[in-house]
Design a binder for this molecule. Structure first.
Ligand code: ZN
Ligand code: ZN
Length: 618
């Protein structure tokens, strides 16, 4: 009786949709099917075909109508058809209906459980997926490698490392850990949960790996910021002649971008070109992004020009590329141009143009874009947009207004906002705001020594010596540690890394000699070591010496030694460049006549003829 009522309701909706249904499935269904009862093999297979189409096309209304017909035909108890229904409902995002079908099934086979668990994972109801798996175990239902890999996917989405470890142990117990799907899912969860060591162990112990396994491991390295390892693994995959998916390529491209490994990036570009992938709009934007981050926006622009149908993603890659290089005018022109071409800017575009305004100190323009975004484009500013505004206002010396912006915005301020305010206070010598910002930073990031250094520098610049001593003592007493400075340079497709005070490089003696020579010449031109950037409690002489050990200086010397005399030198640094290294690079660029680029955590500094593109803002 209940079934009949449901059939009537559903048939009604079928009435509205059966035309669509036949169109979708490209099968002939006439209204006679509506009153059809009993089973006819052709009709049953037609119905199943329609159901699959509904799942593929994500057509829930037609799917429901089909469900009605299935009940009419008395097929609701058929396990095979029910599995298809679960699949259809879950693809259409109707998890509850899927579960209802599942619960009403008189008999479940393994496929039903797998489909239902898969459905939960797909529809982001990961807890239900885990719960159902537990139920499955309680009922002692058999499971397969697909069940385990589905549940692992749920773990990956929830960053549930504990559950993942349990499943791993379970997989070992029932000897399916060597299955390629299970292994791949396991390493994926480990990598996503930052347990990259475990991910590597799983990867290396797998007897069989497919393309997804390789690409998950490459992506895993990238997620965990192990870019060099990602590149090495990618080469291993190339050696065994593996076909690369666009997904792998985009992971490797972003590794190149993060390492600023231009030579690697170019080689990859060649691979992409050969495979015909570079015409793809998303690959093109990854390439533009890679070239921009590697410091060669020109080549990024060439790729941009070749893209025929430019969408917002491609435009964004260009605008952000220009902005990153402090080429604010070009960033703004591109922004105007994209609109002329009928492409609507999105949130990402506005972050780039606003930060371009920040580089140039364009307060009014910044305000205009911020308003335009809300009024003309109906976008609500997120934390990044506010961050840019705080930066723009602060740099322009409107510290009070910047602080107001932070107080008024609908989010908690991020450390980078307070950091930017603190930096602005240093430039504009606003002590009282500096103390507020520093206090906030000490609360949010108690272990970041950089904040203590900044505040102490501000006190020093204001000649508040007692406070300088206090700030240094505070740093000494706190557990704050300064992340060790590290810089690197790519020479002949190999990345060479230098730590602060590096001793291990085989050519280190030569490097220090080279630095000595440079220093002599610079001193003649008026360079003085700016020791206020060093917080070590030591003599002035020793400080001068310590400054010479900063990793970017060592890297520069090495670059000068190894690269041909006309080649530009591109250095990457894991922290913000210090004031002394900044002025050192300016002098070095005029003495050697080289173009020197330093990419620090914040931006690119292009040094040429004694000047830097950042205009002393960093
Ligand atoms: Zn330095
Ligand atoms: Zn600079």
């Amino acid at each position: 009786m209940k079934a009949l009522r449901r059939c009537m309701i559903l048939s009604h909706s079928f009435d509205l949709h059966y035309r669509n249904l036949s169109a979708i499935a490209n099968v002939k269904l006439d209204s006679q099917d509506l009153v059809w009862v009993g089973t006819n093999t052709t009709q049953v297979s037609n119905l199943q075909k329609v159901l699959q189409e509904c799942a593929r096309e994500r057509a829930p209304m037609e799917g429901k109508a089909c469900h009605g017909l299935i009940i009419c035909a008395g097929l609701q108890e058929d396990t095979f058809t029910s599995n298809m229904l679960i699949n259809m409902y879950s693809k259409c995002g109707l998890g509850d209906s899927a579960r209802k079908v599942f619960d009403e099934m008189p008999q479940r086979s393994l496929v039903s459980w797998n489909t239902m668990i898969g459905s939960y994972t797909q529809n982001k109801s990961e807890e239900e997926a885990l719960y159902l798996f537990m139920k499955m175990q309680r009922e002692e239902t058999q499971f397969s490698e697909f069940t385990i890999s589905s549940v692992l996917c749920a773990c990956a989405a929830k960053f549930a490392i504990f559950e993942c470890k349990q499943l791993h142990a379970f997989a070992l117990k029932v000897s399916i850990d060597s299955n390629v799907f299970v292994g791949t899912a396991l390493l994926d969860v480990y990598a996503k949960c930052n347990a990259v060591e475990d991910a590597i162990r799983v990867f290396e112990s797998m007897p069989e790996r497919n393309a997804v396994t390789w690409s998950s491991m490459v992506a895993g390295y990238v997620q965990n910021k192990l870019y060099e390892e990602a590149l090495i693994l990618f080469h291993r995959a190339q050696m065994i002649g593996l076909e690369h998916s666009q997904f792998t390529i985009s992971s490797v491209l972003s590794a190149c971008a993060c390492l600023a490994a231009l030579i690697e990036g170019k080689q990859l570009h060649a691979v992409l070109h050969k495979a015909g992938f570079d015409a793809n709009i998303y690959v093109a934007s990854s390439l533009i992004d890679m070239y921009a981050k590697c410091g060669t926006i020109k080549e990024g622009y060439v790729i941009f020009s070749c893209v025929e149908e430019k969408n917002v993603v491609v435009w964004n890659a260009l605008v952000s590329g220009f902005s990153r290089h402090a080429r604010s005018i070009e960033a703004m022109i591109s922004f105007e141009k994209m609109q002329q071409m009928g492409v609507r800017p999105n949130e990402v575009t506005f972050v780039s143009v606003l930060s371009a305004c920040g580089h140039m100190g364009l307060v009014e323009k910044g305000r205009k874009y911020f308003d335009m975004m809300i009024k003309d484009h109906n976008l609500s500013p997120n934390v990044f947009h506010y961050s840019c505004m705080v930066d723009i206002l602060g740099r322009a010396g409107l510290i009070h207004e910047a602080k107001e912006m932070i107080d008024k915005m609908p989010f908690d301020a991020t450390p980078s906002m307070w950091g930017s305010l603190l930096a602005s206070c240093r430039i504009h010598k606003k002590l009282e705001f500096a103390e507020v910002a520093a206090q906030k930073l000490f609360e949010i990031e108690p272990n970041n020594a950089g904040n203590h250094v900044l505040l102490s520098n501000i006190y020093a610049a204001n000649k508040k010596w007692e406070e300088v001593v206090r700030a240094r003592k505070l740093l000494k007493d706190s557990k704050a540690k300064k992340e060790r400075g590290k810089s690197w340079i790519e020479i002949k497709d190999k990345v060479h890394t230098f730590m602060v005070g590096e001793r291990n490089n085989p050519r280190i003696a030569e490097i220090y000699l080279k630095l000595e020579d440079l220093l002599e010449e610079m001193k003649k031109l008026g360079y003085r070591g700016e020791t206020e950037h060093d917080l070590h409690d030591v003599e002035e002489n020793r400080k001068q010496e310590l400054l010479m050990h900063h990793s970017e200086k060592l890297t520069l010397a090495y670059g000068l030694m190894c690269l041909p005399s006309s080649a530009p030198i591109r250095i990457m640094k894991n922290l913000r460049i210090c004031g002394d290294c900044h002025s050192f690079m300016k002098f070095a660029s005029s003495i050697t006549g080289r173009e020197i680029t330093v990419r620090d955590t914040n931006r690119f500094h292009h040094f040429k003829n004694g000047f830097c593109s950042c205009g002393e803002f960093w």
